[in-house]
Design a protein around this ligand. Structure first.
Ligand code: HEM
Length: 180
């Protein structure tokens, strides 16, 4: 008989030095594995003002040449107290030879992004390949994301956005610290 609630036999790894052994193609992004937390600032010309937010990111893998990616953000008030939940997204970063990355990222706001780019040195730079929008989603044409490991425990994030009739420009930037 099959156990109704078995342990998953292939749990994700969150550190390069724990099982499962990371696939060789993950080498350029091993520094991202694990969870990150920090604070950021955002804005856009169509919004009434800039905003502060907190964000957590998690990258894991199951031994194959892709990362599982998840991010959650919440807005902060002027005293850094939580105001309300904000953007969420999850996806898959497929590593190719030579550090090329293909990322598939979906958001509950009805936006699905396919991004392409590279992991070079300590930076992963991703730009839109295609965006698919649900019928009621805001009109997003393109985005660019840069993730930079400034040291083993610090990750900076910059997000540019071309949307709702505006040219590509800054929407978010954050500085995250490794958790745990
Ligand atoms: C840390 C992640 C993010 C945060 C904290 C954030 C925050 C915000 C906030 C506060 C707004 C104003 C509307 C509202 O109050 O909800 C907004 C608008 C918007 N955001 Fe973001 N956002 C994030 C990620 C993204 C991403 C990944 C995209 C696109 C792929 C995006 C696209 C947009 C668009 C299109 C608008 C609407 C602008 C308008 O209609 O004027 N955001 N965002």
């Amino acid at each position: 008989m099959v156990d109704p609630a078995p342990e998953h036999p292939y749990p994700d790894g969150h550190r390069p030095d724990e099982a499962p052994a990371p696939h060789a193609l993950l080498e350029p992004v091993l520094g991202l594995l694990g969870s990150w937390y920090g604070r950021g600032e955002g804005g856009y010309p169509t919004l009434t003002g800039d905003f502060g937010y907190a964000q957590e990111l998690t990258f894991s893998h199951d031994g194959r040449p892709f990362l599982r990616y998840e991010a959650r953000a919440w807005l902060l008030d002027a005293d850094d107290a939580p105001l309300r939940p904000s953007a969420r997204e999850c996806g898959w970063w497929r590593l190719q030879p030579d550090g090329r990355v293909e990322a598939l990222i979906t958001q509950p706001t009805g936006i699905a992004e396919i991004m392409v780019g590279r992991a070079t040195g300590n930076t992963i730079d991703l730009s839109t390949h295609e965006v698919a929008l649900a019928p009621t989603a805001k009109k997003v044409n393109a985005t660019r994301r840069r993730y930079t490991l400034t040291d083993d425990d610090t990750l900076t994030f910059h997000h540019d956005l071309e949307a709702v009739g505006q040219p590509m420009q800054h929407h978010l930037s954050a500085r995250l610290r490794r958790r745990g």
